[in-house]
Design a protein around this ligand. Structure first.
Ligand SMILES: Cc1cc2nc3c(=O)[nH]c(=O)nc-3n(C[C@H](O)[C@H](O)[C@H](O)COP(=O)(O)OP(=O)(O)OC[C@H]3O[C@@H](n4cnc5c(N)ncnc54)[C@H](O)[C@@H]3O)c2cc1C
Length: 414
């Protein structure tokens, strides 16, 4: 009997999962209330950041964060009115900002991100979509050697995962990347990375290939689940019930209320992030460039130069804040002094952030409900690998990746 699997969520994680399930012989329905690639997967920086094994919660964050929040040039923001609701999650989040937990988290992230380029190529090759993946270096640009040295802990984590940068200094910087301003005096370049020139378009193209392969996409909001004897039998949507054998919850930052329906309280918050697209830009970089002082990435994309980054705590409902966008604009123009554009498009998005910075991947007990969410800063990078892992679990073909760090019930009942 062919299994009918419902994947809830058509972001990069859900669509990747659906394609791998389809390849393994399942009948697959994706349910999404907005449509493919319209959530966080639409607006990210597009980097296939294979080296992204360092969580935000590095040792020392607890003492540094208050100073960072006060500084007008540091891209960390908190909407004070949201603080009371944030506090329980924040306490858990800060409790892992120590050496032991950071190394544990980093070791957990590595299998999800480090072979990202190969995973994206495996996902797309048979679908004729490999042209979406641009091979490139991933560049970190610093104003001073001291600023690079101050991130030695993070670079050591990357080195442990096998990623060591090549350093470029002095006039060689402008030979390598002419668009960068004179105040950048050191580049740390990571070879064998890549990027997507239109992440939302990429997910939409993957979704189209999925439907061409016989998959179904339903536009509906999932409200609840029907379980029979502890095993899922159907999902309840605003369009009615849909019967199934298995469910994958790939609903990104919106997963918390659905997990609550299953009796699990997940410490999941939004790490709000922003982008500005400088339309038809000239004077920008030719490859993804992380401006270290501003913690944003400038990526050449189909629509122009996309500068994406910033970390703001403020919940899902608040409107975009002005200050982060102004800082992003100011820092982009400082990093690329000759930047010109015909238009600017602003966007606010929501990174799905579990308090321990590890995604939730696996089955909830024996319910045949599987989770595939919580990829905070690395969802585009790690979506295809996650999808492959989850499809393997459902179809009885588990790989050799140790998925215990991602256990969906690790927070208990909350
Ligand atoms: C500014 C910024 C820059 C970033 N840069 C990068 C980067 O360069 N590289 C990288 O790897 N990652 C990056 N990220 C992170 C990355 O974008 C996310 O981790 C990733 O998009 C999460 O994908 P997802 O599929 O889990 O969720 P989403 O793309 O958010 O998809 C979830 C889907 O679930 C649907 N949904 C939710 N609830 C329901 C419901 N009840 N019923 C039906 N449908 C529902 C939504 O409509 C949505 O389509 C960045 C994020 C931000 C904000």
């Amino acid at each position: 009997m062919t299994r009918h699997v419902i994947v809830i969520g058509a972001g990069i994680v859900g669509v990747s999962t659906a394609i791998w399930l389809q390849r393994a012989g399942a009948q697959v329905t994706i349910i999404d209330r907005a449509g493919p690639g319209k959530g966080t997967s639409h607006g990210n920086a597009g980097v296939l950041a294979a080296c992204a094994v360092a969580p935000v919660t590095a040792p020392g964050l607890l003492t540094k964060a208050p100073v960072m929040l006060m500084h007008p040039d540091v891209p960390l923001y908190l909407r004070l009115s949201y603080l009371p609701r944030l506090l329980p999650w924040l306490a858990k989040y800060l409790s892992v900002a120590n050496d032991t937990d950071t190394k544990r988290i980093s070791a957990g992230l590595a299998p999800i991100v480090s072979d990202s380029i190969d995973q994206h190529k495996s996902l797309t090759a048979d679908l004729g979509l490999s042209d979406w993946i641009a091979d490139s270096d991933y560049v970190f640009a610093y104003r001073t050697r001291a600023a690079f040295d101050a991130e030695a802990y993070t670079w050591a984590l990357r080195a442990r995962a096998g990623f060591t940068p090549e350093l470029i200094k002095g006039p060689a910087i402008r030979d390598y990347e002419p668009a960068l301003g004179q105040d950048i005096t050191l580049l740390a370049t990571m070879k064998d990375h890549g990027f997507i020139r239109d992440p939302g378009g990429y997910v939409a193209a993957l979704a189209q290939a999925f439907t061409q392969g016989g998959g179904t996409i339903m536009k509906a909001e999932v409200k609840d689940f029907d379980l029979t004897g502890g095993t899922v039998a159907a999902v309840q949507t605003d369009q009615g019930a849909v019967a199934c054998d298995d469910i994958v919850l790939a609903t990104g930052v919106w997963s918390k209320p659905l997990m609550a329906k299953l009796g699990l309280s997940i410490p999941l918050e939004t790490e709000r992030g922003y982008h500005i697209i400088f339309g038809d830009a000239t004077g920008g970089p030719s490859r993804p460039t992380m401006i270290a002082s501003g913690k944003f990435v400038a990526t050449p994309m189909a629509q122009g130069l996309r500068c994406a980054g910033i970390l703001e705590f403020g919940g899902l409902d608040a409107r975009p804040s002005k200050a982060p966008l102004e800082l992003l604009r100011r820092q982009a123009k400082a990093a690329f002094p000759n930047l010109t554009a015909t238009s600017e498009v602003e966007w606010l998005g929501h990174r799905p952030a579990p308090s321990d910075s590890l995604p939730l991947i696996g089955q909830i007990g024996t319910s045949r409900v599987y989770t595939a969410f919580g990829h905070h800063h690395i969802g585009l990078t790690g979506g295809p690998k996650t999808g492959r892992l989850v499809a393997g679990l459902i179809m009885g073909q588990p790989g050799n990746t140790d998925i215990r760090p991602y256990a969906p019930q690790r927070f208990g009942k909350g």
